[in-house]
Design a protein around this ligand. Structure first.
Ligand code: FES
Ligand code: FES
Length: 155
C-alpha cells in the first residue's frame, strides 16, 4: 500500500510522518510517534482505552484514520501530566485509589479531562454517563467517580 506523508500536531508538537493510507490514529501514536500511554484494548470502539482528545473532544483513536486527524490538535495522556508532575485529575485518581491494573486509566483521564474542561462541577449522573464508554474491569467504578469529583474540586 502506498505511503502517505502526513503532518500531525500531537501534544503541541508537529510530527512529520510517512504512514500507510489506512493507518489508524492509535497505531500511529503508539508505533510511529512512540507515545505508548494510549492503550489499545478492543480495537473496535467498545472499551475506551484508546481515548485521546481531538480539538478537545474525546474520541476512540482506534476508529480514526490518522490521515484525517491532520490540521487538528491531538492531545494524549503524555500531554496531560508527567510522572514528576501529575495533572490534578491523575493525582485525584491516585489519591482515591481509582487505579488498579491501570489499563483503563489513560483513557479515563482523557475522558475526564474533556468533561471537566466544559463542565466545572458535574454531578454523579453526568460523570457516570460520561465515562460509560470507558470500561474498567477492576475498580467497579465507585472510586473512579470519586476521583472525578475530587478532580473537579481541585480544578
Ligand atoms: S481500543 Fe479503541 S475503543 Fe477499545
Ligand atoms: S484499573 Fe484495571 S481496567 Fe480499570
Amino acid at each position: 500500500m502506498a505511503k502517505l506523508a502526513v503532518t500531525l500536531k500531537v501534544n503541541g508538537e508537529t510530527k512529520e510522518l510517512l504512514i500507510k493510507e489506512d493507518a489508524l490514529l492509535i497505531d500511529v501514536l503508539r508505533d510511529e510517534v512512540g507515545l505508548t500511554g494510549t492503550k489499545k484494548g478492543c480495537g473496535e470502539g467498545e472499551c475506551g482505552t484508546c481515548t485521546v482528545l481531538i480539538d478537545g473532544r474525546p474520541v476512540n483513536s482506534c476508529l480514526v484514520l490518522a490521515a484525517l486527524a491532520q490540521g487538528k490538535e491531538i492531545l494524549t495522556i503524555e500531554g496531560v501530566g508527567t510522572p514528576e508532575k501529575l495533572h490534578p485529575i491523575q493525582q485525584a485518581f491516585v489519591e482515591e485509589g481509582a487505579i488498579q491494573c491501570g489499563f483503563c486509566t489513560p483513557g479515563m483521564v482523557m475522558t475526564t479531562k474533556a468533561l471537566l474542561d466544559r463542565e466545572k462541577n458535574p454531578d454523579e449522573q453526568q460523570i457516570r454517563k460520561t465515562i460509560s464508554g470507558n470500561l474498567c474491569r477492576c475498580t467497579g467504578y465507585v472510586k473512579i467517580v470519586k476521583a472525578v469529583k475530587r478532580a473537579a474540586g481541585e480544578l
